[in-house]
Design a protein around this ligand. Structure first.
Ligand code: HEC
Length: 402
């Protein structure tokens, strides 16, 4: 019994944790998907902004800016007219889109926006533009047709969302990139954007689901213990030595205890059902005295004496029927118990018989069996009393027959 209880609690608790675990997993995955979707949109907006300014630059075939210590001529741009001196003597140099992007990226870092841009390619002209390991992986996937990539990652200190999309070779790019064999529509490289994110913490998740899990476990423990206790009480009552049987309103036997089955025979297997009038036919079956009919008719308790012929022997029972109620208190059948009184009945009958014998012994003559003087006195007293009540005549004949 104890083992059974432990198992039930364990099964219910495991089930609860599994359900909650799957829900937490599903919810976490959904939250992550949503977070990623938002991060992708944000990163893509930054990407588009930089791409637009690059296109603007490329559409002019590069733009001239004053040469300063920070902005030195680009040694990777060996075109004629790269450097100029303006009428006022100001020295200018041409900034190609890639150079411009680099400067924007440096500015973004200087401004502490936290956003990192990186222009890269699988075939870089400038060695510093070489793709990192993950950029290489993604650039290759773009060659396979992937349109963008993004993922959260931890670098030990903080959480980042890194994003990358391909930079396609447009007609304006060919001015400078046609020498490398690129044609319109080719993937020239990619621009990666890394956005800082607050670290992914599972603390709130663990605290939230943990407390729900513990609360659930406590409820399950209390509930199962109460249920088990009720079940044990029920078993103790139901499995008493008094044969007991539960019948639904259609006369189908729902359950019966061991004593009942010993007394009236086994019940059919689980799949099959049997009616009470088939299992233990009796004189009250199909009459108004059927206890179930009485109970369904509104009786709170119905007790009656019955005789059942079993294996050729008449056995006497006192049957007590009580209503079987559902959760809403509606009567849905009856609970009957059978108290056998065959022995008591026999004893009563034997007592009556011996009383009768004793009486006749005391009223008859031992030798002839004819009524004796005691009997005469009794009958005279009886008849006299009748005469006194009715006022009729009373005759007494005295005869001597020897
Ligand atoms: C005015 C010339 C010029 C134009 C126009 C131009 N580029 Fe470049 N691009 C360069 C030079 C020079 C480099 C290499 C050095 C550097 O980083 O500046 C470069 C580098 C790059 C890189 C980085 C990888 C590497 O090779 O180092 C990418 C990607 C790129 N260009 C894409 C484009 C795209 C796309 C366009 C059209 C929107 C374009 N470029 C237009 C001159 C140009």
């Amino acid at each position: 019994m104890k083992g059974g209880k432990g198992n039930l609690i364990l099964i219910v608790m495991t089930g609860w944790l599994c359900i909650l675990g799957s829900f937490a997993y599903w919810f976490e995955m959904d939250t992550r998907r949503e977070e990623k979707r938002k991060a992708l949109t944000t990163a893509n907006a930054f990407f588009q902004q930089v791409v637009t300014s690059r296109q603007w630059n490329a559409s002019h075939g590069g733009v001239y800016v004053p040469i300063t210590t920070e902005t030195q001529p680009n040694r990777y741009l060996p075109i004629q007219g790269r450097d100029l001196t303006a009428d006022n003597g100001l020295k200018l140099t041409k900034i190609n889109p890639s150079y411009m992007t680099r400067q924007i990226a440096e500015l973004a870092i200087k401004n502490e926006s936290g956003i990192h841009f990186h222009l890269t390619s699988l075939k870089p002209i400038r060695p510093e533009n070489k793709a990192t390991e993950w950029e290489q992986r993604w650039l290759k996937s773009f060659e396979q047709g992937v349109r963008e990539q993004g993922e959260f990652f931890e670098d030990g200190e903080s959480t980042w969302f890194r994003y990358m999309a391909p930079l396609l070779t447009g007609p304006e790019c060919l001015k400078c990139h046609v020498q490398q064999g690129y044609k319109e529509g080719d993937i020239r490289g990619g621009l990666s954007v890394s956005l800082p994110y607050p670290p992914h913490t599972h603390l709130h998740l663990i605290a939230g689901y943990g407390s729900v899990a513990v609360l659930g476990l406590i409820f399950i423990f209390i509930g199962t213990t109460l249920y088990e206790r009720k079940q044990r009480l029920f078993d103790a009552t139901f499995n008493s030595p008094v044969p007991t049987c539960v019948t639904d309103k259609n006369h189908t036997i729902l359950m019966a205890n061991e004593s009942y089955r010993t007394e009236f025979g086994p019940l059919p297997d689980h799949q099959k059902t049997i009616k009470c009038y088939e299992h233990r036919p009796g004189i009250s079956c199909h009459t108004a005295d059927c206890p179930l009919t009485r109970i369904m008719g509104g009786s709170n308790q119905y007790a009656y004496e019955t005789i059942k012929e079993m294996d050729g022997v008449s056995r006497h029972f006192i049957v007590t029927a009580k209503p079987l109620l559902d959760a809403r208190g509606m009567v849905v059948g009856s609970v009957e118990n059978f108290q056998e009184i065959t022995e008591r009945k026999r004893a009563e009958e034997a007592l009556e018989e011996s009383n009768r014998k004793l009486e006749s012994l005391s009223n008859t003559d031992g030798l002839t069996g004819i009524a004796n003087r005691r009997r005469f006195d009794e009958v005279l007293a009886q008849e006299y009393a009748r005469h006194a009540r009715s006022g009729t005549e009373l005759s007494l004949i005295l005869m001597d027959i020897d």
